[in-house]
Ligand binder design. Structure first.
Ligand SMILES: NC(=O)c1ccc[n+]([C@@H]2O[C@H](COP(=O)([O-])OP(=O)(O)OC[C@H]3O[C@@H](n4cnc5c(N)ncnc54)[C@H](OP(=O)(O)O)[C@@H]3O)[C@@H](O)[C@H]2O)c1
Length: 336
């Protein structure tokens, strides 16, 4: 009995040590910007949606470090100001952004309210942007909702399609003029590998006939890719590029709607700690596409771990991409 207990304890300890070794030594994701010119993004303005949490927050931190003026487009001002305060302390501990020599060359953080589940919020946000910002060098469509129960946006769209695709569709279209006048400029779209399990079912885009939360997330992420490819086609010759990425599986707040039974939670936390990317690791492809000279002029491509990857044929279907674009224009009221 004592031998069996000792063996079980040893096995458990071995398992924990193995997971810890994987966590600390196994990550193949480098922090890209190390060795880059720390002022690479100085003079550039970057807008990141959902920048108060997870990947958006980590992307904001890195671009701030590289000298950018980072605008955090967030739906909750309190959460966003709290995140901005933490970021300022992390990135520029000696002073504040733009606070002279002590800031270490870091950029500036600005919080603006943006609820992608409300077309009127997107419109007023863009109006404010156009009035206050003379330029926009990078737009990062990052915010997202994952597998929520059936909910509708203020305008009656299914929540995941409404926020992940339609809100960003309107935002991008309303900011295109500013991006063009700031060219060369970039748009970065955060999608997911789960796009593979989605389809654009034009007959029920609001999921009123049936709702499957996993399918709807995948559909919204497929829409992100089709949108990117169609936009890249429309932007040819403008010096505005648009690329899309999947970040991998990252430990963030994205799973807030996923119920994990209480008893399974410690195991889930251990496995996610060991195997999932940290937000800093997951954000590397967004940072790369937003700032690396290597992707200057590259447009309409799909990336993972900072490398171009192939797409399934359904994500490259030009007729579906055009139809989705046309329908989205009507849904958000750009075309009546
Ligand atoms: N984590 C992963 O494993 C993973 C994998 C593949 C793709 N992604 C994609 O990565 C992106 C970032 O997600 P994350 O993992 O960093 O999750 P996260 O920590 O939950 O961050 C999501 C952000 O989106 C914001 N957001 C949600 N609804 C919004 C709305 N209506 N208007 C404005 N902002 C809204 C959230 O704001 P609040 O904090 O106010 O809720 C939050 O700032 C998403 O597009 C997601 O689909 C993530």
């Amino acid at each position: 009995m004592a031998v069996a207990t000792a063996a079980a304890i040893l096995a458990a300890l071995g398992g924990v040590l193995w997971l810890a070794a994987r966590r600390f030594m196994g990550s193949n994701v480098q922090r890209l910007h190390q060795g880059w010119d720390s002022g690479l993004m100085r003079g550039k303005t970057v807008l990141i949606t959902g920048a108060n949490s997870g990947l958006g927050r980590a992307t904001a931190a890195e671009l701030l470090r590289l000298g950018a003026r980072v605008i955090m487009g967030c739906r909750d001002r309190e959460r966003a100001e709290e995140a901005a305060g933490q970021l300022r302390r992390e990135v520029c501990p000696a002073g504040g952004p733009d606070s002279g020599p002590n800031s270490g060359g870091a950029g500036e953080l600005v919080v603006k309210e943006l609820d992608l589940a409300s077309l009127s919020s997107v419109r007023s946000f863009c109006q404010e942007m156009l009035q206050e910002e003379p330029r926009l060098d990078v737009l990062i469509n990052n915010a997202g909702v994952f597998q929520c129960p059936y909910m509708k946006t203020e305008d009656g769209f299914e929540m995941q399609f409404g926020v992940n695709h339609l809100g960003h569709f309107l935002l991008t279209n309303l900011l295109l003029g500013l991006l063009k006048s700031s060219a060369p400029s970039r748009i970065v779209v955060v999608s997911s590998k789960l796009y593979k399990y989605g389809d654009i079912n034009f007959e029920d885009l609001n999921s009123e006939q049936s709702y499957n939360k996993s399918f709807c997330y995948s559909r919204s992420k497929l829409a992100n890719i089709l949108f990117t490819r169609e936009l890249a086609r429309r932007l040819e010759g403008t010096n505005v590029t648009v690329n899309v990425l999947h970040p991998g599986i990252v430990r963030t707040n994205l799973g807030r709607h996923v119920h994990i039974p209480l008893l399974v939670r410690p195991l889930f936390n251990l496995v996610s700690w060991a195997f999932f990317k940290t937000p800093e690791e997951g954000a590397q492809t967004s940072i790369y596409l937003a700032s690396s000279p290597e992707v200057e002029g590259v447009s309409g491509r799909y990336f993972g771990d900072c490398k171009e990857e192939e797409l399934l044929p359904k994500a490259m279907d030009e007729s579906v991409a055009r139809k989705l674009w046309d329908i989205s224009e009507v849904m958000v009221g750009i075309l009546k």
